[in-house]
Design a protein around this ligand. Structure first.
Ligand SMILES: [Zn+2]
Length: 535
């Protein structure tokens, strides 16, 4: 008996050690991820309240060519153009993150900073609307990209390049921005109703502009959208939240009948994730949460299951959607997975998100943090002119950045988990306002659900899967026996490590619909003979 107790203690210790060793400081990462936006601020007021003392006023003449004050907002990425789609996307997703995870933002002490960041987006959008036009791109991409140096020293006048009006369509940007402004209303209505109402008025105006003249917005070759109806649906989703008017649901169901440029049917299948080009999954996720309608639920679950089971992954476990900024997609999908986990309690969706977020933070074969300034080993050569601080002269731009770009999520590794820390390899080393937006949501979500494991409305994990032949409850590695290894594997799964050959169907040993520490302990108890079987 004494030996059995010892084994149990050891198992218990190992189980909790598994958690402790891999515990990341999500709070710290979240704060830094929000800080990043200060590095990309644009306009005369950049230095005001900026966490980076190396940033100052830039592009103070934006809009002068059309007689409109179009200063403010955010540089797109490592470059300085203000592009419409990622500007609207970043404001949308940051706003959504605050809307869903306000308590976690408060807990991290970042609410005030995030709200001031959102307000910079909002005030820029308000300035960008004249009586007839909505301006959404400042700067010409090809020209901007010939420059390498700090934004403060980029003095050439840049054009108000793209706008929408009655004769010029821009549905993608208009819908995306309308959604961002509707969320702005929701996030500010209690603290500043005047500003909130201004945002809502503009949101409705942009939505109607987008609807009345359907067509793609112009982001040059840099941001070409593959659909317009996802963006209208995004705005309509938040109008539905605000007004409770079911005609928005009718409109969305109509919008989503339209295939995108690739021929995908949004209401049937979506294997991509939330991004500047495609808000379809975001729309479906929120509608699934609001209505529980199987039309939306099925597509969301098909998407999440595809990411869990079928999408290419690196040996280190990173889900690999696309090699240009791969981590932004993993982060965005994690935010979606956590929102959906909060709605359903389906443990596999939490595990997907945790595995991807932890990969980003440190738990990866390269042993580095992909968020600059988090942990102890991060990218030193981000493709970001302001942080880099040099020019092309003498190849100086290839030196380590002069300034720490705290909180920036870099593009990420290749398909073998190798990261190339080279400023010219922008697919790996660039940072962007759209990259960090999903990350902020994912970090807030993981804070909410990893502190005290929460399983609202548990759904049996075995409900949609058929147990494999030879199924044996407790034998999670399928080796035919139930032993300590199985207990440890369950503990690893619980903390999001995704052990190989893990059979989740065999892990829920108390049959309560979730896989957690209790299941690991029950396996340990079974192994030492304290219990005779499982549920
Ligand atoms: Zn600027």
């Amino acid at each position: 008996m004494k030996n059995k107790k010892t084994v149990l203690y050891v198992i218990s210790f190992l189980v909790f050690l598994s958690i402790a060793v891999h515990a990341q400081n999500y709070n710290d990462a979240l704060v830094k991820a929000v800080y990043f936006y200060d590095a990309n601020r644009c306009g005369p007021d950049v230095a005001s309240g900026n966490v980076f003392d190396w940033r100052g006023a830039c592009h103070t003449q934006d809009g002068a060519d059309v007689g409109v004050n179009l200063t403010g907002g955010f540089h797109d990425a490592g470059d300085h153009v203000k592009f419409g789609l990622p500007q609207g996307y970043a404001a949308s997703v940051l706003g959504w993150a605050l809307y869903e995870f306000k308590d976690e933002m408060d807990q991290a002490g970042i609410t005030s900073k995030l709200m001031s960041t959102l307000r910079i987006f909002g005030e820029y959008f308000l300035r960008s609307k004249t009586s007839s036009r909505f301006y959404y791109q400042i700067g010409e991409g090809e020209q901007d990209h010939t420059y390498w140096g700090p934004p403060e020293e980029q003095t050439e006048n840049r054009p108000a390049y793209s706008w929408a009006d009655s004769g010029k369509a821009g549905t993608c940007v208009l819908g995306q921005t309308a959604g961002a402004l509707a969320l702005m209303y929701l996030n500010f209505r209690n603290s500043d109703s005047g500003y909130a109402n201004q945002c809502l008025t503009l949101a409705r105006e942009l939505y109607n502009m987008g609807k009345s003249n359907i067509g793609y917005s112009d982001g040059q070759s840099f941001y070409q959208s593959s659909s317009v109806y996802d963006d209208l649906s995004w705005a309509a989703t938040w109008f539905y939240v605000i007004d409770g008017d079911s005609s928005y649901i009718t409109a969305i169901n109509d919008y989503l009948q339209h295939p995108n440029k690739s021929g995908d049917q949004p209401l049937v299948q979506n294997h991509w994730t939330m991004c500047w080009d495609d808000m379809g999954l975001a729309v479906l996720t929120k509608l699934a949460m609001l209505t529980g309608d199987s039309t939306y639920v099925n597509v969301v679950e098909e998407n999440l299951d595809y990411w869990i089971n079928d999408l290419n992954r690196t040996p280190g476990g990173l889900r690999y959607l696309n090699n240009w900024g791969v981590l932004r997609y993993a982060a965005a999908e994690s935010m979606i997975a956590l929102l959906y986990y909060g709605h359903t309690g389906r443990q596999e969706y939490f595990n997907l998100a945790k595995s991807q977020v932890d990969y980003i933070l440190m738990d990866n074969p390269a042993g580095m943090s992909y968020i600059i300034g988090y942990g102890s080993n991060w990218a030193l050569h981000p493709h970001h002119r302001a942080a880099n601080g040099y020019t092309y002269a003498n190849g100086d731009n290839q030196k380590p950045a002069k300034h720490e770009l705290t909180g920036a999520l870099v593009g990420g590794p290749d398909q073998s988990d190798n990261y190339t820390d080279d400023v010219n390899q922008y697919q790996c080393t660039e940072v962007a306002i759209d990259y960090n937006a999903g990350l902020v949501g994912a970090l807030a979500g993981i804070m909410k659900y990893s502190g005290t494991p929460s399983t609202p409305t548990p759904t049996p994990v075995t409900s949609t899967q058929t147990p494999p032949p030879g199924n044996l409850l407790g034998d999670v590695n399928g080796d035919g026996s139930i032993d300590i290894v199985d207990a440890l594997l369950i503990a690893q799964w619980y903390v999001g490590l995704e052990p190989s050959n893990f059979i989740p169907e065999n892990a829920d040993t108390n049959c309560n619909g979730t896989i957690d520490i209790i299941d690991a302990l029950l396996v340990a108890q079974y192994y030492v003979g304290l219990i005779a079987g499982f549920c």
